[in-house]
Ligand binder design. Structure first.
Ligand code: G6P
Length: 624
């Protein structure tokens, strides 16, 4: 979603800001802009479209200067136009501001400003209203004879604070003023902002990956923090004007980790990283001696874990699908009643919950607005609220009562892949831990550990099928869409397969429990709409075969993902068969999802889609 990069130092700001924006490109955006203070003038370049367009504008008329701000916008208020692109200016044209998030009361604030005589709005955005408000407050503080005169820096910080006290909504902000040299100001509430601490230079960014090439020392700002940044110092306070606690931490990954290497796309790189990321999700967490998992990050005593009577899992998109599998896993391995809820529904639904319920917010980024909202609501109600996150510095990770990190490394491709398999592994670890405190015997624990430990090698085996899957993708390149079916643990995999397909190929795709076929979906079956059945050799295999027969009887082509004896039994039924290793059902999704990721990937490439930056999508959705 929207990205922010700010710089103040001794180097030219333009290339640093542009490079930072490029590193955030994967997150999704539809316009981009920069504002750099060039001597005594703030120079801006901005346009709808890709960063490449912005780069052309900057080459045609290069802005020079050693401090500035920049932004990629994912349109919320107003279309993706040049006018609506950030930065936005105040009425004086001296203050430039970029903003992530949504100012919910922007119309009321705008009406008030207009009533006071401000008629200089040039965009439809909520952000411009904020710029005007801060600018008005700054100008008004220039000395009215009654209060002591403050420095321009203090006035600007105070103007921002006063403005933010009037704002309802979420924000990550960076701003500059042309009259205040070498000074940028940032603030956050609900939208991430990180300060990068360098030598005689400092940075602001909405995501640390934008600045990790320049510094690995970072301060992850908290909600309601305001940061005043200069070349060689910074000061963090709160919106209310109080001091704020912070620590400078080392960024977990390096610039190398966020490079594509020899892969044509991040998505393919991340699909192929899964043997390693799954191994990392388990590293140090399996105890073969005690036949259980060790998850110290949950911050729960054995007695507390023993008392858990109900689990609620919540998330969005791919994380939701992992949670759906988690429901099956936790009920099977631990025998604990478990529910999965869309984070966006859970946060407003007022679900009745028992005292001993624990809530897990599942989120790769740890910043998804709805998942964060759900976790905060659960905390407000006093439930133990835990996170399953990849981004260790994220808001969910920091605000949760504990949790389990994925350690999957940065995931850049918009379509989530390795985070999904890591999430399912972690849900298995949680199932094993809770199960061993209940009915699972030592030998059952040992079998589960063995199943988990075999996964990395088995994933490698599935990855070796990439060429076969590529050929299948080519064959169906002119399909009008694709249907996905699965049962039990593999029903959510059908949903995930369909999600991957629509996200990056833009083909119509739906996932359903196989048995639902005859309750309506079968009306869609036709020769140009292939059905993908996730039908491993398990307890419900024969039932899947019945459903495949129903599709075949209506001339629908079938692609089957199967295992064990499945290939033999499906030989005469399915046009294409992809065979993955036979494993217990609780780990099966970790293998069956991989061919679906590859199928979507190869089909998207075949169709010439922009795999890593699919249209309209954002990697991290920080608005509701
Ligand atoms: C967006 C992304 C999806 C992702 C979802 C949840 O919709 O495009 O790929 O699954 O957000 O993201 P999270 O970071 O919370 O796992």
């Amino acid at each position: 979603m929207c990205g922010i990069v700010g710089y103040v130092g001794r180097s030219e700001a333009a290339p640093i800001l542009l490079d930072g924006l490029r590193r955030l490109e994967y997150r999704g955006y539809d316009s981009a802009g920069v504002a750099i203070v060039d001597g005594d003038r703030v120079e801006t370049r901005k346009c709808a479209g890709r960063i490449a367009e912005l780069a052309k504008l900057m080459t045609a008329r290069p802005p020079t200067g050693t401090y500035g701000i920049s932004h990629t916008r994912w349109a919320t208020h107003g279309k993706a136009t040049d006018q609506n692109a950030h930065p936005h200016f105040d009425a004086s044209g001296k203050l430039a501001l970029v903003h992530n998030g949504v100012i919910e009361n922007y119309q009321a604030l705008k009406d008030e400003l207009i009533q006071e005589g401000d008629n200089s709005f040039t965009s439809e955005t909520d952000t411009e209203v904020l710029a005007h408000l801060v600018g008005k407050l700054y100008d008004a503080s220039s000395g009215n004879g009654t209060s002591p005169v403050q420095t321009p820096k203090a006035r600007l910080v105070n103007a921002l604070r006063t403005a933010l006290q009037q704002v309802i909504g979420t924000y990550g902000i960076a701003l500059v003023h042309q009259d205040i040299p070498d000074f940028i100001v940032g603030a956050r509430r609900g939208s991430p902002l990180v300060l990068g601490v360098g030598k005689e230079e400092n940075f602001l960014a909405s995501d640390v990956s934008a600045i990790v090439a320049y510094t690995r020392d970072a301060v992850y700002l908290n909600d309601f923090d305001v940061v005043a940044v200069e070349r060689d110092k910074f000061e963090i306070s709160s919106v209310a004007g109080e001091g704020s606690n912070y620590e400078v931490s080392k960024v977990e990954f390096t610039d190398e980790d966020i490079k594509k290497g020899d892969y044509p796309h991040y998505m393919l790189k991340e699909i192929f990283e899964q043997a390693g990321s799954v191994r990392d999700a388990m590293r140090g967490r399996l105890s073969p001696e005690e036949c259980t998992a060790k998850l110290g990050g949950l911050n729960m005593t054995t007695a507390e874990l023993r008392d858990v009577c109900r689990v609620v899992l919540t998330g969005c998109g791919t994380a939701l699908h992992a949670g759906m599998i988690g429901e099956y896993i936790l009920e099977q391995l631990a025998g604990i009643p478990t529910e999965i809820e869309y984070a966006s529904e859970f946060r407003h639904r007022n679900t009745p919950m028992t005292r001993d319920t624990v809530v897990f917010a599942i989120s790769q980024s740890g910043e998804t607005a709805d998942t964060l909202g759900a976790m905060r609501e659960s905390k407000r109600k006093g439930y133990r609220s835990l996170g399953i996150c990849n981004n260790v510095a994220s808001t969910i990770a920091r605000e949760s009562d504990g949790g389990v990190y994925m350690h999957a490394g940065p995931e850049i491709g918009v379509a989530a892949t390795k985070s999904f398999t890591s999430q399912v592994v972690i849900l298995n670890l949680i199932g094993l831990l809770l199960g061993r405190m209940r009915h699972l015997s030592t030998s059952e624990g040992t079998q589960i550990i063995a199943a988990l430990q075999s996964l990395p090698e088995q994933i490698e085996e599935v990855l070796n099928l990439s060429d076969q899957i590529k050929a299948i993708a080519k064959k169906y390149a002119s399909a009008s869409g694709m249907l996905f079916f699965g049962r039990q643990f593999n029903f959510p995999v059908a949903l995930e397969g369909a999600l991957k397909m629509k996200e990056i190929t833009y083909l119509f795709a739906e996932g359903h429990p196989s048995a639902e076929l005859k309750h309506g979906i079968i009306a869609l079956v036709r020769p140009d709409l292939p059905s993908v059945f996730i039908a491993p050799d398990d307890a419900v295999f024969s039932k899947n075969v019945n459903n495949i027969e129903q599709v075949k009887a209506r001339k629908g082509p079938v692609i089957a993902i199967t295992s064990g004896e499945g290939a033999g039994r499906l030989a005469k039924l399915a046009e294409d068969i992809i065979t993955v290793p036979k494993v217990p059902d609780f780990v099966s999704p970790i293998l069956t999802v991989v061919p679906l990721q590859l199928l979507a990937y190869h089909l998207a490439v075949e169709l010439g889609r922009d795999v890593d930056k699919p249209r309209n999508l954002a990697k991290s959705v920080t608005v509701e």
